[in-house]
Write a protein that binds this ligand. Sequence first.
Ligand SMILES: Cc1cc2nc3c(=O)[nH]c(=O)nc-3n(C[C@H](O)[C@H](O)[C@H](O)COP(=O)(O)O)c2cc1C
Length: 335
Amino acid sequence: MSPAVAPRLPWLGRGRVPLYLAPMARHTDVAFRSVCKSHGAEVMVTEFVQSEALLRDRAKSWEMVDFTEAQRPMGVQIFGATPSSMATAARMVCERLRPDFLDLNFGCPAHKVIEQNAGSGLLRCTPLLYEIVRAVREAIPETPLTAKMRLGWDVDSIVAPEVAARLEALGVEAIAVHGRTREQGYSGSADWDRIAEVVRAVRIPVIGNGDLRDGPTAVRRVRESGVSALMVGRAALASPWIFREIRAALDGDPAPAPATPELRWRTLLDLAEQTLARADARLGGRDIRWMSAKLQPLTQGLPHCRRIRDGLQRCRTLEDLRELARASLAETPAI
Ligand SMILES: Cc1cc2nc3c(=O)[nH]c(=O)nc-3n(C[C@H](O)[C@H](O)[C@H](O)COP(=O)(O)O)c2cc1C
């Protein structure tokens, strides 16, 4: 079989498997994406934003899809259930931000999203899903269009291969597949055999997603499923350096040394500094307490992680956080 290609997405389908950072609401903002980029993430997508929210033109919604030039290639992800609003929002995004691609969300399992028939809700209502794709495709002919989907609504309705083939016919240029159903949420494990079925159903590149946590597994997933790219989500929240680990494994290079407490703290402080630098005064000036949920995953694997998490909640400023890092490293035995 010849490799899948997407002429307008030149990082895909040229024999090298690019590494995507998965979109994750409330986490993968500009600051976190720069941290991941510095650790080897190659392609990134903004968290999802509702088409109607963009149409209301609120600054907050545009902040959610913000990115920097250094972060390209960048996709902007939108969701919704009304073809005309999705098309208008897509056009606005492409005119204002000129992303490298526009991504449609057909995977979100959250109740408040599916009750509007959006996200993975569209997988049980495929005629509407196709109408949305048709409308968006027509609205932004000059911008590459991609989609991110789950396998189906539940195990009895796995629609990903047939939906993917239809999306390809409608002009979608690559598809990311999270190997779970809506019913699974984030439980159980991602089914990569089903992702492989999607690969076989289309000629456009498929980006495989679900439970990638180490280099050797990533290599096996590519070999067994034939995906053109890999997308890493939750593992990157705790270990942004996973991109380097996976790249080394894919290239047959030695695995990088395991992350030290110093690296964890340096990365955590870097994220806090970049997050604060981008936050506006509304969020409390120098106060960093609001960002503890963003920082917390990076404490995973630190000695006395529980105590550090408690300490993190109490940090009011960057200086408090630096002090917590110094104290924690001082009591970490040298390796
Ligand atoms: C906190 C969180 C927020 C997420 N937000 C989005 C989102 O905005 N758009 C989207 O397509 N998927 C979203 N996802 C799903 C991830 O992109 C990814 O498909 C999923 O986590 C599986 O990959 P993983 O096993 O590598 O984490 C989110 C997942 C998490 C955990």
